[in-house]
Design a protein around this ligand. Structure first.
Ligand code: QAP
Ligand code: CO
Length: 173
């Protein structure tokens, strides 16, 4: 089932998500819905809080290969993810399904070592770079109630606020 995406400025997106303790059918159904929703909205990453569920769950399906296509074989389902170590710095023009139509250059760690659990509860430890590293950091920020626009400079944030206000107004009328 495709679920509704929670959009900025909903206060739901500021919630700190809770650890998953039960690796049961409920979790599997949520993961399946998150994948369907992400694909339906043309996303490459999604956190559970973006469909209104405050649990520490994220999924990633990064494009790869010749034509930069998404392949379900590359789907990562990360439960209770934690960054163990990080280094370096990289800037990427990020977007977010909860802030549609907005893309901004954001600087993050270039390399991370991450620990998470898969849907069966197996512990995974993985070293990531490039887009995978950026995407994990973006989604883990969601689990802690943060959005990429919080990383903008004061002036860029003011410009974003102004544009978003304008957009909300035109939506209402
Ligand atoms: C997070 O972002 C991310 O504005 C996932 O109109 C960001 O899937 C991972 C999207 C940067 C890696 C690098 C955004 C779709 C999708 C939009 C997304 C839009 C339609 C964003
Ligand atoms: Co996002």
């Amino acid at each position: 089932m495709v679920r509704e995406i929670v959009e900025y400025p909903s206060s739901i997106l500021q919630k700190v998500s809770k650890e998953v303790v039960k690796f049961d059918k409920n979790l599997h159904d949520l993961l399946d819905d998150m994948y369907e929703t992400m694909m339906a909205k043309s996303g490459i990453g999604l956190a559970a809080i973006q469909v209104g569920v405050p649990l520490r769950i994220l999924i990633l399906n990064l494009p790869s290969g010749e034509e930069d296509k998404q392949d379900i074989k590359d789907l990562i389902e990360a439960i209770n993810p934690e960054i163990l170590t990080s280094k370096g710095s990289v800037t990427y023009n990020e977007g977010c399904l909860s802030v549609p139509g907005v893309y901004e250059d954001i600087t993050r760690k270039e390399f991370i070592k991450i620990k998470y659990y898969d849907r069966a509860g197996n512990k995974i430890i993985k070293e990531c770079d490039n887009l995978m590293s950026i995407a994990f950091q973006h989604e883990i920020d969601h689990l802690n109630g943060h959005l990429f626009i919080e990383k903008l400079s004061y002036l860029k944030r003011k410009k974003f606020d102004k544009e978003w206000k304008r957009r909300l107004k035109s939506k209402k009328s």
